[in-house]
Design a protein. Structure first.
Length: 247
């Protein structure tokens, strides 16, 4: 079986060739018991991001929502256009960004991000402006709702046409409750347009891993806010519990 050191590596500068801030995302969720087999199959076709000798990196996100969970509700009700607002910290470099992700009515993901130096305080002017212009809400309407931590491996195909992320060690908390998904792997391929002939997609299909729409924010929120509406997420919860049982 391959391990991370067996992959050819790329730098952050190399990864900039495939930023894909306007893209088609496709997610897959599976048991950690399949991870080594996946990495072994990916090795000939993909290179892995390396920073300061590390190839797996910790992320620390804080998600914002309205008091009545408008963004969560957009996802739950399958609105064609929906938003996520967050701060993201890359622990290996200590860089922090303010980000707004928009899923548009063509099911494309558009991400706007700016460097942040003010996490933990009120939104600064560039952040307030993005919230007003993109989301259409007053920044005062948004409050921190969920903290999410996970470890991520990032890969790019040999031709720099697509980017993969593989997330493990997912945990969520809201200051009162917490949940650990330590046997779950959430992987995503980012492409300019969906290409089912991607080596990554073909390999996962060979491993009997199906595509799944999955939001860390929504899944985390419904686990730590026990009374929140989640009727439409129940089939997905059943699938996740089945995946976890495989581990």
């Amino acid at each position: 079986m391959v391990n991370l050191s067996d992959f050819n590596s790329i730098s952050l500068e190399d990864l900039d060739k495939v930023q894909l801030l306007n893209r088609k995302d496709t997610k897959f969720v599976f048991s950690q018991s399949k991870l080594l087999q996946l990495l072994d199959r990916l090795n000939p076709f993909y290179k892995i991001l390396e920073i300061e000798g590390e190839r797996s990196f910790n992320y620390d996100n804080t998600y914002f929502d309205t008091d009545n969970f408008s963004f969560y509700t957009q996802h739950h009700n399958e609105c064609r256009k929906r938003f996520k607002v967050r701060y993201r910290k890359y622990c290996v470099t200590s860089e922090e960004y303010f980000e707004i992700k928009v899923k548009d009515n063509k099911n494309r993901t558009i991400k706007k991000r700016i460097r942040s130096v003010n996490r933990g305080g009120d939104f600064v002017e560039p952040e307030r402006r993005l919230i007003s212009e993109i989301v259409g809400l007053s920044p005062k309407d948004l409050i921190p709702k969920l903290d999410i931590q996970f470890s991520r491996m990032t890969l790019a195909d040999n031709n720099f046409n697509e980017r993969l992320t593989i997330d493990t060690n997912l945990s969520v908390k809201n200051g009162v409750s917490s949940k650990i998904f330590d046997q779950l792997v959430v992987s995503e391929i980012k492409q300019k347009k969906y290409d089912p002939k991607s080596d990554f997609i073909q390999i996962l299909r060979d491993l009997k891993v199906q595509e799944m729409r999955f939001s860390k924010y929504c899944m985390g929120t419904l686990h730590v806010h026990k009374t929140i509406k989640h009727n439409r997420f129940k089939p997905k919860l059943l699938r996740i519990n089945k995946i976890l049982a495989q581990g």
